[in-house]
Design a protein around this ligand. Structure first.
Ligand code: NAD
Ligand code: TYD
Length: 341
C-alpha cells in the first residue's frame, strides 16, 4: 500500500495507529481526516508536523463533498475508519451525535468509497456490539449482535451497513472488533487515564456500582497491529476479533493502579452504576491468530506500568485537556455521580 486515508486519526487509537504505520512503512503516505471534536487533539500527533508522508485535513466524515474531495485524488489504496463518538457515558446522556457520526458518517464513507472505487475499506468496531457475557464464555465472530448502550447500538448499526455493502455491492470491506484498549493518548474521561490523573491529584476514583464488571484489556499497539494485519491480509466481508486475554474486574484494576501509584484505597468512591452497564466482555481471538498470524504481544503488567509512566511524564498533555472546556460536560456528570444524584 502506498497511500491510506485514516479517519479519526487525532483520537486515541487513530493517533497510535498513524504513528505505528509511519514507523513501520516508511514509504506509506497517510491522510488523516478528523473533525477535531472534544476528543480529537492535534497534540496527539505533534511529532508528525514535519513528516512529509503525513497530511492532516480537518473535516467531518458526514460531509460527503469534503470526503469526495479527498477520495478524488488518485492512488488511495484504503480507508480505515476510526472516526466515532466513543464514550458510553456520553451516549447515555445524548445519543444523537452517536447516530450522526457512527451511523450516518459510516454510510457517507461507504458511499464515497464505492463511488471512487477505493480498493479496501476497514471498519474499526468494538466487542461491545456483542452485548454482555455472564461468568462463562467468550465473544467469537459468530456471536449474535446484541448491543446494550446507544454507543454500541450505533457501532452495531454501522457494522450492519458495512456488511450490507459487502453483500449487495461486493464492497471490499473488513470489520475488526476489539476489546478495551489502554495506552498513551487516551482521552481522560475513560477509566484508566481518568483514574491515573485523579489518583495523582488525590481525587476520588468513581467506581460504578460494585466494581465487579469485567473488561478484557488490550494494549493499543496490539490493537493497531491487528488492524494493520486485517487491512493487508483480512478476507473481504470477514470480521476479526482482537482481545488481550486479560480479564479484570474494574475494582481489581483500580486497586492495582492505586498500588502502582502508591496511593491509598481510600480514594475509591463507589458511585451510582452506569444504566444498562454491561457485566462482562471477553474476546476469543483465535480467528485472528490463525488467519492473520496476529496475537497480543504486550504483557498487561508491563503495558500498564509503561502507560502509567507515560501519563506521569506527559502530565501537561492531561492537564491541558482537563483545564480546557472539554471536560466540563463530563465533570458535571462526575460530580452528579459522586453526590449520588
Ligand atoms: P476517540 O474518542 O479517542 O477518538 C475519536 C476521533 O474521531 C477523535 O479524534 C474525533 O475528533 C474524531 N471524530 C469524531 N467524530 C468525527 C466526525 N464526524 N468526522 C471526523 N472525525 C470525527 O476514540 P478511540 O478510543 O480512539 O476509538 C477509535 C475507534 O475505535 C472508534 O470507532 C471506537 O468505536 C473504536 N474502538 C475503541 C475501543 C477503545 O477501547 N477505545 C475499543 C474498540 C473499538
Ligand atoms: P470505559 O473506559 O468507559 O470503557 P467501556 O465502557 O467502553 O468498557 O469504562 C471501562 C469500565 O470502567 C466500564 O465497566 C465502566 C467502568 N468505569 C467506572 O467504573 N468509572 C468510571 O469513571 C469510568 C469512566 C468507567
Amino acid at each position: 500500500m502506498n497511500c491510506i486515508v485514516v479517519t479519526g486519526g487525532c483520537g486515541f487509537i487513530g493517533s497510535n495507529f498513524i504513528r505505528l504505520m509511519l514507523e513501520q512503512y516508511p514509504e506509506l503516505s497517510i491522510i488523516n481526516i478528523d473533525k477535531l471534536t472534544y476528543a480529537g487533539n492535534l497534540a496527539n500527533l505533534h511529532d508528525l508536523n514535519e513528516n512529509s508522508q503525513y497530511e492532516f485535513r480537518k473535516g467531518d466524515i458526514c460531509d460527503r463533498e469534503f470526503i469526495e474531495s479527498i477520495l478524488n485524488q488518485s492512488g488511495i489504496d484504503a480507508v480505515v475508519n476510526f472516526a466515532a463518538e466513543s464514550h458510553v457515558d456520553r451516549s447515555i446522556l445524548d445519543s444523537t451525535p452517536f447516530v450522526t457520526t457512527n451511523v450516518n458518517g459510516t454510510l457517507t464513507l461507504l458511499d464515497a468509497c464505492r463511488t471512487h472505487e477505493i480498493p479496501r475499506y476497514l471498519q474499526v468496531s468494538t466487542d461491545e456490539v456483542y452485548g454482555s457475557l455472564g461468568d462463562e464464555g467468550f465473544f467469537t465472530e459468530e456471536t449474535s449482535l446484541a448491543p446494550n448502550s446507544p454507543y454500541s447500538a450505533s457501532k452495531a448499526s454501522a457494522d450492519m451497513l458495512v456488511r450490507s455493502y459487502v453483500h449487495t455491492f461486493d464492497f471490499p470491506a473488513v470489520i475488526t472488533r476489539c476489546s478495551n484498549n489502554y495506552g498513551p493518548y487516551q482521552f481522560p474521561e475513560k477509566l484508566l487515564p481518568l483514574f491515573i490523573s485523579n489518583a495523582r491529584n488525590d481525587q476520588q476514583l468513581p467506581v460504578y456500582g460494585t466494581g465487579e464488571n469485567v473488561r478484557d484489556w488490550i494494549h493499543v499497539l496490539d490493537h493497531c497491529r491487528g488492524i494493520d494485519a486485517a487491512l493487508r491480509n483480512g478476507s473481504v466481508g470477514e470480521v476479526y476479533n482482537f482481545g488481550g486475554r486479560t480479564e479484570m474486574t474494574n475494582i481489581a484494576l483500580t486497586k492495582l493502579l492505586l498500588k502502582l501509584l502508591d496511593k491509598p484505597e481510600s480514594l475509591i468512591k463507589y458511585v451510582n452504576d452506569r444504566p444498562g452497564h454491561d457485566q462482562r466482555y471477553a474476546i476469543d481471538c483465535e480467528k485472528a491468530e490463525i488467519e492473520l498470524g496476529w496475537s497480543p504481544q504486550v504483557r498487561f503488567k508491563e503495558g500498564l506500568q509503561a502507560t502509567i509512566d507515560w501519563y506521569i511524564k506527559n502530565e501537561d498533555w492531561v492537564n491541558n485537556i482537563r483545564s480546557g472546556d472539554y471536560l466540563k460536560y463530563y465533570d458535571q456528570q462526575y460530580s452528579d455521580r459522586l453526590s449520588g444524584s
